[in-house]
Ligand binder design. Structure first.
Ligand SMILES: Nc1ncnc2c1ncn2[C@@H]1O[C@H](COP(=O)(O)OP(=O)(O)OP(=O)(O)O)[C@@H](O)[C@H]1O
Ligand SMILES: [Mg+2]
Length: 222
């Protein structure tokens, strides 16, 4: 069974009486263990599609099966539970909380999910160790480099042990060497079984993935 299966997804935005069709008839599947890059030009609909897959946004029409379950009619509360359980997000701008420590930032999803804090504090320290940031755990994000901040965001994305990592231009703000480190870490994560969907317009970044899906003007192209 596919982890994610989209059938004929459409997304239309209305602004001041004008309708724009941002996603047109999108059908795709993501299997457990996949590492997929979603590529396309600026404005092609990558983030919109990512947000729908991550249940941050809902499609105008079409079907979304998550692990075989049709989630099209779920309410907001049930969607946020599914999101917490299934998805870890990594963004281009790291979205760390400036006045919280590195460790607290990693634990943020746990404060929301109501899971055991003590147990997850150990996991958070473990993840920070794997990412070479254990010694920075009590620092504030602005005391870290961009690459280090993105690694904090990766630890935060992993703390709930999600089924899938959604990364929207995760290396967009990083120099090429730091970007390579991040991509190598994501590759290692995938090799250990984590499913990853990566949005990028950069070919070098996309080439780390095992599959590439191209989108142009809201449609999947081959
Ligand atoms: N909330 C919104 N309301 C209206 N239009 C929107 C909204 N969000 C996105 N759009 C439009 O949808 C289209 C696709 O946007 P999207 O952010 O998905 O593109 P993208 O492929 O992620 O681009 P980029 O590479 O620049 O991040 C764009 O034309 C954008 O202006
Ligand atoms: Mg985008």
């Amino acid at each position: 069974m596919s982890l994610v299966k989209l059938e004929n997804i459409e997304k239309t935005y209305e602004t001041a009486g004008n309708y724009i069709r941002v996603l047109k008839n999108i059908s795709l599947s993501i299997e457990k263990g996949d590492f997929t890059s979603l590529m396309g030009q600026s404005g092609s609909g990558k983030t919109t599609l990512m947000n729908i897959i991550g249940m941050l946004d809902s499609p105008t029409s079409g079907k979304y099966y998550l692990d075989g379950k049709d989630i099209s009619k779920e309410n907001d509360n049930s969607l946020s539970n599914l999101r917490n359980r299934f998805v870890g997000f990594i963004f281009q701008s790291f979205y760390l909380i400036p006045y919280s420590s590195v460790l607290e930032n990693v634990l943020l999803p746990i404060y929301y999910s109501g899971k055991d804090l003590k147990q997850h504090t150990e996991l958070a320290k473990n993840l920070l160790g794997q990412l070479g940031l254990y010694d920075k755990r009590n620092n504030k994000p602005n005391q870290l480099s961009g690459g280090q901040q993105q690694r904090v965001a990766i630890a935060r994305a992993l703390i709930n042990e999600p089924e899938i990592i959604l990364a929207d231009e995760p290396t967009g703000q990083l120099d090429s060497e730091t970007a390579r480190d991040i991509m190598e870490y994501l590759t290692k994560l995938n090799q250990s079984g984590k499913t990853i969907l990566l949005v990028t317009h950069d070919h070098a970044t996309a080439s780390y993935a095992k599959k590439i899906i191209k989108i142009a003007d809201g449609e999947i192209v081959t």
